[in-house]
Design a protein around this ligand. Structure first.
Ligand SMILES: C=C(O[C@@H]1C=C(C(=O)O)C=C[C@H]1O)C(=O)O
Ligand SMILES: [Mg+2]
Length: 460
C-alpha cells in the first residue's frame, strides 16, 4: 500500500504514519462501543479537494466554511440517510436523534428547496451522510478520521469496512487549469419573454397586495463537448469568491451539485444562533469610485431595501417563539462578491433549550431570500409557474451535529451531469421590480461561474 502514497501527498510520511495509526487503533478496538466511534490522527498538509477528487469511493462531499477556517473532504459512507419526500418522518427523527448524540460526529448533506417538487435522483428530498473517512483542515492543522457505527453490521464487519476504506485510498489528483471545453448549446428557462410576463404578473397591484415578494428563478443549461470535472470548477470558483461557503456533493459518478454561496441559513453553536438576511443586489463597479457609488445606490434604494426587509422580518418572526431573545442589525451593510454586491443584515439569537435543528429548519427554510413572502403563497406561485424543478438549488446544505450545525442556502450553484451543467439564479420580485433589470440581475449573479465555464480555464 505504501508506495501508492509516495509522490503526491505534500507530506507523504506524515500521511502514511496517520493511516498506520488509524489501522493500529482499528485493530485494537474495544470489544464493544456505543453507537458511533470516531478515530482521528494528524496527517500533515494535504489539499482536501484534490485528495477527494483522487479517490474511487463515493459519496464525495466537500465543505468549506465562509471564513475559510475549516475545510472538510468527506468520503464514503458509514451511515447514509436518504428521504424521498418531506412527509418522510425519518428526517424529523434523524434531526432529533442527532441532537442527543454525544461526540461531534457530523452528518453532511442537504435538503431540497421544495418539499413537494420532483427530486433529483441520488439527492432525494434530503440526504445526510456520516462519512466513512474525513480529511479535515482547521486553520493549518490537518487530520484524517475514520467513523464506525456499531449498529451497522456488527463490530467485526464494521472494522473490516473501515480498514478496507483506508486501504483503498488513492493519492490526490491535481486539479490543473485545462484547455477549454467548447460549449455546444446554451439555453435559458424561462426565456426573457416568459420572464417578462411573470414579473409583470407578480408586480401587479392585485398580486402584490397579498404576496409582496416572490423569488423567481431561471435555469441556464449549458452542454459541453466533453464531461466536466465538478471539482475543477469548484476549485476555480472558490478562488474567485473566497468569502463564500464552498461545497460539493457527488453521491455517485453520474451527477454532482456544487455551490459557491454567500448566504448562511444558520449557524448554531449549542444554543447560540447566527442567521442573516442576504437579499438586494447590485453589480460591482469597474473601478473603486464606480463600485462605491453602486454600493451607495444599493444602500439607498427602496426596492432593494424591501427585498432585504421581507427576509429579515420573516426570520425574526420565525425565530421569536424558538428563542430566549433574537435581534437583528437595524440597517443592512454591503457584502461584496467578485461580480455582485448584496445587502446583508446580521441576525443573532439565543435559542430556548428545547429548540433543535428540526424546529430551526422547519421555521426558516425556505426563507423569503429564495422563496418569498408569505411563504405558502410564494411557493404556490413558484410551483405553478417554474417548469424546471429546483432540486437542491436554493435548498439548505451543510452539516449537523449535537453541538454545532451550519446550513448555507444553496444559491450560486450548479448541477452537473456528464457534459451538461445546469446553473440557477433567482431574483426577488417586489413592487417596483422591472423585468429587464431583474433579468440583468440574474446574469450578474451568474457572471462569476460563467467566466470560468466560458473562459474555459478549468474543467475538462
Ligand atoms: C435567489 C438568489 O439570490 C437571492 C436573491 C437576491 C436578490 O434578488 O437580490 C440576492 C440574494 C439572494 O437573496 C440566487 O442567487 O439564485
Ligand atoms: Mg434582487
Amino acid at each position: 500500500m505504501a508506495t501508492l502514497y509516495l509522490e503526491p501527498y505534500l507530506s507523504t510520511a506524515v500521511f502514511l504514519a496517520a493511516l498506520g495509526t488509524l489501522e493500529d487503533r482499528l485493530k485494537r478496538l474495544p470489544a464493544s462501543f456505543q453507537s458511533r466511534l470516531r478515530l482521528t490522527a494528524d496527517c500533515g498538509a494535504v489539499n482536501p479537494m484534490e485528495w477527494l477528487a483522487g479517490q474511487t469511493l463515493y459519496p464525495r462531499i466537500y465543505w468549506c466554511g465562509r471564513d475559510n477556517e475549516e475545510e472538510v473532504a468527506a468520503l464514503g459512507v458509514c451511515q447514509d440517510f436518504r428521504f424521498e419526500s418531506a412527509d418522510d418522518s425519518g428526517l424529523a427523527t434523524l434531526l432529533q436523534q442527532t441532537a442527543t448524540h454525544t461526540g461531534n460526529a457530523r452528518l453532511y448533506g442537504g435538503v431540497a428547496f421544495d418539499a413537494t417538487g420532483p427530486a433529483w435522483s441520488e439527492f432525494g428530498y434530503a440526504r445526510f451522510v456520516l462519512p466513512r473517512i474525513e480529511l479535515t483542515r482547521q486553520a493549518d492543522h490537518y487530520r484524517i478520521s475514520v467513523n464506525l457505527n456499531s449498529e451497522n453490521a456488527g463490530l467485526a464487519a464494521e472494522r473490516e469496512a473501515a480498514l478496507a476504506a483506508l486501504r483503498g485510498l488513492l493519492p490526490p489528483q491535481p486539479l490543473p487549469h485545462r484547455a477549454p471545453a467548447a460549449v455546444v448549446s446554451h439555453s435559458d428557462n424561462p426565456e426573457f419573454p416568459r420572464w417578462q410576463e411573470l414579473v409583470t404578473q407578480l408586480t401587479s397591484a392585485d398580486f402584490n397586495r397579498h404576496t409582496p415578494k416572490v423569488v423567481l428563478a431561471r435555469q441556464t443549461r449549458l452542454d459541453f463537448e466533453r464531461d466536466l470535472c465538478p471539482w475543477s470548477l469548484l476549485r476555480r470558483w472558490q478562488q474567485l469568491n473566497p468569502s463564500c461557503f464552498q461545497f460539493g456533493f457527488q453521491f455517485g459518478p453520474g451527477a454532482s451539485f456544487i455551490s459557491c454561496s454567500p448566504e448562511r441559513l444558520y449557524l448554531r453553536r449549542l444554543s447560540l444562533l447566527q442567521s442573516e438576511a442576504l437579499a438586494g443586489t447590485a453589480r460591482r463597479g469597474a473601478n473603486e469610485a464606480e463600485d462605491t457609488s453602486l454600493a451607495n445606490e444599493l444602500l439607498a434604494d427602496s426596492k432593494n431595501a424591501e427585498e432585504n426587509l421581507w427576509v429579515k422580518q420573516d426570520i425574526l418572526t420565525a425565530l421569536a417563539p424558538l428563542s430566549e431573545w433574537v435581534e437583528a442589525e437595524a440597517h443592512p451593510r454591503i457584502f461584496k462578491l467578485a461580480h455582485v454586491q448584496h445587502l446583508h443584515t446580521s441576525i443573532h439569537a439565543r435559542l430556548k433549550r428545547e429548540t433543535g435543528d428540526l424546529q430551526l429548519l422547519q421555521a426558516l427554510h425556505p426563507t423569503p431570500a429564495v422563496g418569498g413572502y408569505p411563504r405558502q403563497s410564494a411557493m404556490t406561485f413558484i410551483r405553478g409557474h417554474e417548469t424546471e424543478p429546483r432540486g437542491w438549488y436554493a435548498g439548505a446544505c451543510g452539516y449537523l451535529s449535537a453541538d454545532e450545525t451550519e446550513f448555507a442556502v444553496a444559491i450560486r450553484s450548479a448541477y452537473l451531469q456528464g457534459k451538461q451543467v445546469c446553473l440557477y439564479a433567482g431574483a426577488g420580485i417586489v413592487a417596483g421590480s422591472r423585468p429587464e433589470a431583474e433579468w440583468r440581475e440574474l446574469d450578474n449573479k451568474l457572471t462569476t461561474v460563467l467566466s470560468i465555464l466560458l473562459d474555459g480555464k478549468a474543467l475538462a
